[in-house]
Design a protein around this ligand. Structure first.
Ligand code: URA
Length: 251
């Protein structure tokens, strides 16, 4: 599949139709082909990067390795709450430690608990597609969760668990200094913004994280989008908002 056709596939996965008229003839053909073939989601065929896109990534500058190593060790060895007893492993976070975009979810699920990486299950495949629709390979962002360990049966994290675990995330944000945070779902949004306003009202606005100037944009959790695909359009609007916020940020 050519890059352009792959891109059309991602837009299609996101349920984005409104882009059609802006697509090149090749993309239009590809989108029609994908729609007609009934393909709405194809996790296994979604790569996490493309050679062309990653080839342009600048060489990383020296990083404060000691802090990261120390932090990761602390997360892996953490026994602060009961979740350490039922986890297979802690899920630290993944991606570019100098990323512009930081994506924050709720907590690891079963796939993440097994593989030790956030967003690797079905929701993760959709997240990859969402990012790709923004021309952002997964490797170019940093992905983490509020909780580093899986709550049994994927139950919602308790307030106590979030309070105990969130210093790790706070430290990750401090080390990365992202230019934008995308909060996925109400649990992440509520915790990061210290609010209980319904997610539908948080969308479409820009907030800042804690006492920093880092902008936060809220969108639906990909797992929710899998259950309610008609909401993908709103999520796409949120991603566009985040892109605009980033474009208008002073450098
Ligand atoms: N859902 C989340 O919020 N995080 C993950 O890592 C996976 C699913």
């Amino acid at each position: 599949m050519s890059n352009q056709i792959q891109f059309a596939h991602y837009l299609n996965t996101m349920g984005i139709q409104l882009w059609k008229e802006r697509l090149s003839p090749e993309l239009q053909t590809a989108t029609v082909e994908l729609t007609e073939s009934g393909m709405t989601e194809s996790p296994s065929s979604i790569p996490t990067s493309t050679p062309q896109m990653t080839a342009e990534i600048e060489q990383p500058v020296a990083q404060p390795k000691v802090d990261w190593v120390d932090l990761e060790t602390k997360v892996n060895q953490c026994t602060a709450c009961e979740l350490h007893k039922t986890r297979k492993q802690a899920v630290f976070g993944v991606g570019d430690r100098q990323a512009t975009w930081m994506i924050i979810g709720e907590a690891p699920g079963a796939d993440e608990d097994s593989q030790g990486e956030p967003f690797v299950g079905r929701a993760g495949k959709l997240l990859n597609a969402m990012l790709y629709a923004l021309k952002l390979p997964r490797e170019n962002v940093y992905i983490a969760n509020i909780l580093k360990c899986r709550p049994p049966d994927n139950r919602t994290p308790s307030q106590e668990e979030m309070v105990q675990c969130s210093p790790f995330l706070k430290q990750q944000i401090k080390l990365i200094q992202p230019k934008i945070i995308l909060a996925l779902g109400s649990v992440a949004a509520h915790y990061l913004l210290a609010t209980d306003t319904p997610i539908g009202k948080l969308r479409g606005q820009t907030f800042t994280y804690s006492d920093t100037n880092i902008p936060v944009v809220v969108t639906y959790h990909p797992a929710y989008l899998l259950r309610r695909p008609t909401e993908k359009r709103k999520s796409w609007q949120d991603l566009q908002l985040a892109t605009q916020v980033l474009t208008h940020q002073p450098s």
